[in-house]
Write a new protein. Structure first.
Length: 192
């Protein structure tokens, strides 16, 4: 049993390395969850600072500026993607007054601060952005949720064993090829 615990702890530790998920940053900038895909406006972009939607992938210029700037007031006036529009203008805060938790002054007509937009403009067209993005599977896709429930009686250590096994398996899947995978285990209590 003790080797089982060590293996579980190892996988949990490895998983913790990747817990700063891309989506955890969408609320650090105004309208971070509302930015349309520059090539398919019916979809949204959830990884504004990354070339791919996976944490640990290469950051785009906006992602690098985000890390260097440390806060929105420093990041807002920059033009990370060099399309002639500031990050604040692209994300609906042209005056750079937005504060976390407050609705931005504009929530429509947003554009991606890390991708030169509009993609067919004279400034951006030569970059062939949509041609390059079409090869990045999953960049703008949002996936659904799978909800699993298990019930155990009091005194049964099955919850612990199942939870550890599930965490190990999910961690392995996440490390191998799905770094955007998120999960949580809730231990409900005391139904009599």
């Amino acid at each position: 049993m003790s080797s089982f615990i060590y293996v579980a702890v190892f996988f949990i530790y490895c998983n913790m390395i990747y817990t700063k998920a891309v989506r955890s940053y969408i609320y650090e900038v105004p309208n971070g969850d509302l930015v349309p895909d520059p090539c398919n406006p019916q979809k949204h972009v959830y990884a504004l600072g990354y070339i791919k939607s996976q944490n640990g992938s290469v950051r785009n210029k906006f992602g690098n500026d985000f890390i260097r700037s440390e806060n929105w007031s420093k990041l807002c006036p920059l033009d990370s993607d060099e399309d002639g529009i500031t990050n604040g203008e692209e994300l609906g805060d042209p005056e750079c007054k937005w504060k976390k938790g407050i609705t931005a002054s504009r929530i429509t007509n947003l554009s991606h601060p890390g991708v030169c937009t509009p993609v067919n403009s004279s400034i951006c067209k030569h970059l062939q952005i949509c041609d390059n993005l079409s090869n990045w599977a999953g960049l703008f896709e949002e996936t659904g949720t799978l909800d699993l429930s298990f019930q155990y009686s009091r005194g049964d250590d099955g919850f612990f064993k199942t939870s550890v096994i599930l965490i190990v398996l999910l961690s392995a899947v996440k490390l191998v090829g799905s770094p955007e995978l998120k999960y949580r285990i809730i231990n409900g209590c005391c139904s009599m």
